[in-house]
Design a protein around this ligand. Sequence first.
Ligand SMILES: [Zn+2]
Length: 465
Amino acid sequence: MGSYLKTSEKRRSVIAFTGLLCIISILMCACASDLEMEQPSTSTDAYESPESTTVQEEPSTIAEADAQSDTTAETEPLTENTVEAVPDGLYLDQNTLSLNAGEVYGLQITWEPEYLPGELEVRWSSTDETVAVVDDQGRVTAIGAGSCSITAVCGTLSALCEVHVLVPMTGIVLSQQQLDLKTGESVSLTVDIMPADTTDSWSAAWSSDNPSVASVSQEGTVTAVSGGTAVISVSVGNFTASCPVSVTENIPAETTVTGRVVVLDPGHGGKYDGAYYFGRHEEDMSLKVGQFCKEYLEEHYSDVTVYLTRTDDTHLSEQGEPDREARVQFAKDRNADILVSLHFNVTPEHNASGCLAFISKEANVNAACTSLANSILARLSALGLQNLGTFLKDSDTHFDASGRPYDYYGINRHSAKWGFPGIIIEHCFMDNPADEVYIADDGALQRLAIADALGIADYLGLTAK
Ligand SMILES: [Zn+2]
């Protein structure tokens, strides 16, 4: 609001003002006299009177303005005319301004009584230069959202203009320009308002031109419903932005994993031959047992998926020991619940008989290994095989940092590392005629495979079809 002085205050300020002029004039007079005495030739005025000349020598002062309007001011007493010539009121053409950021407005001063503008020094200031700044000509530049006061001060006179700066919205931007989705997928779109500090109040309205293909919530979440194309739009104020959406049908994977995952590992294969006795190769028998076991599990249980690490006479990797790590990795890659490696045993004396299992000693899987192995061994012993139980074997080449040996067998060691039980089943001793009845033909191998399957089903608690 303007600085309006009451009449009595005006009078006081006029007296103060004129009193000040007298003092300034006298000081200047003395000062200029000194100057003239030293440099008389600098005077370009034709005044004869040194007293008059001294006034003209000093420019840009209130005293000069006074002298120009009444050159006798300093030699004559102050008259009523002199008082009238001094402003006793300072007003701005605007008491409030509403500007958009970046806009400029030149505030105009009105003096009362009317006064030649620009001859008195006016100090301009802003109470908050992050909102608006003002130059020494009263030009106000709106900077950022908010309110501040612009003040003009001249001596004891002042005036004020309240400035409100608005930041209007200039546009909107969507977080995505294009979406490719599969049915069932959802993506959240966001809308950015330009500029971010707009003072405009706003809300977003979302819509889809084809909700049967892609729908959108009022929070901007796009959901792919069915194959096709749609355009998602958002409206904010006078602005609209769009995002085309292409939806493809989500075709389920060819094989859907259901229930528990069993990985069977027919031992040996490829260049890693197993034992060979009585015209039989271990790698051939382990593959047959694996295939029969997988067949039986899938045929009789509804909640199991079975993988074989190999389905022919191959090895899995050129690296490893010889390729055990690759077999465990195969199981890990399929999220195996268990890994059962299928083997047949031999001894140097060729006189041992029965079934046994090698399990991991590692604490994270030892109990699971024990339980799984015992379930299978129990089913094998039900066929008449002697159950020799579970065995641990320490590595002589793999140790932890403290020198403690890991499991000897890679199947046990690597499975423990990945956190699932991996065991080795030695079905019987293929080098002893006493166990030959259990491997004599495919029917015998199938009986071993079914025993393995039943033991696995027992352990996993599979559901019979
Ligand atoms: Zn073997």
